[in-house]
Design a protein around this ligand. Sequence first.
Ligand code: GLN
Length: 295
Amino acid sequence: MNVNDPFAGLTIEASRRALAAQFKASGIETPDLDARLLIGAALGLDHTRLAAQAARLITTDESKAIASFAQRRMAHEPVARILGHKEFWGLDFELSAATLVPRPDTETVVEAALEFFRSNSGIKPFRIADIGTGSGAILLALLSEFPDATGIGTDISAAALTTAELNARRFGLAGRASFVQCDYAATLSGSFDLIVSNPPYIRSSDIATLDRDVRDHDPHLALDGGTDGLDAYRAIIPQAAALLGPDGVLIVETGHDQSTPVSDLMRAAKLTLPRPPVADLGGIHRAVMGRKAAF
Ligand code: GLN
C-alpha cells in the first residue's frame, strides 16, 4: 500500500475493508457504513453501483479523494458534514457550518405535530412557525406533510437561513416558506396554529463532554442552552404563547432530563398540556406540547 495513494491499485471491495478497519481502530462507531458512504461519495457511485463494481480497481485520483474524506472522518467530522447533506423525514437536506446535522430524534417533533392535527379532525395547521430553524428541517418536513400550510422559520444566523432557503427551493416548498433573521421569535407577529422549535438545550458545562462529532463540528450557538440548559425555553415559550391563535399548539424538542421543567414553563405561560411528553425511539422524553386555550 502506497502511503500517498493508500487505496490506488486496490479493488473497491478491498478499499472498503481497509477503510473500515482504519475507522474501527480509531473508535468510530459505524466503521463499515461510514466507509461505504464515503467511498461511494468519493467515487460518485450509489450503493447499488458500488456493489456492482466491487472488483474494479481504484484509480490514483479516486484514491486521493477517498484519502481526503478518510482524514476528515478520522478527525471525527460526521459523515453527513463531509457529504454536505443529510436525510430527515425522507427529504435530503443540504447542510452548512451554521446548521446542526438534523437528528432522527428530532423527527419526534414532526410526528407529534402530525398525530395531534390528524387526530383532531377538522383542524389543520395553516400557519406554522419554526423558531431557530437551522437547515429548515422541522419546518420543511411539516410543510411537506401539510400542503395547505404556510410557514416562517427564524434563526439568529444569516448563514443558516441561506441554507434553509436553499432547502425550501430544493423541495419545491419555497412558495410556502419564508425566513427571517432574528432572536428566537422577536420579529414574528400575527397568530400561528403551530409553533415548533428545537432550541439549543445543552448545559454550557456539558458541551465539553459531548461526542467529538458533535462538540467539534456542530455550531455551539445551536447547542448551548446556558447554565441549566433552559435559557432558550425561557425566551421561546412566553413568546410562542403570545403568538399562538386559539387552540394553537407549541411543540419543543427537549433534552433527556428536561420534560418536567419545560412542562412547568409551558404552564407558567398559561398553556395547557394536551398530552404527556412524547418519547423518541430510544425512550427519551424528546418533545413537549403545550396548547393555547380556545378563547
Ligand atoms: N440533540 C442534540 C445533541 O444531543 C442537541 C440539540 C440541541 O441542543 N437542540 O447534540
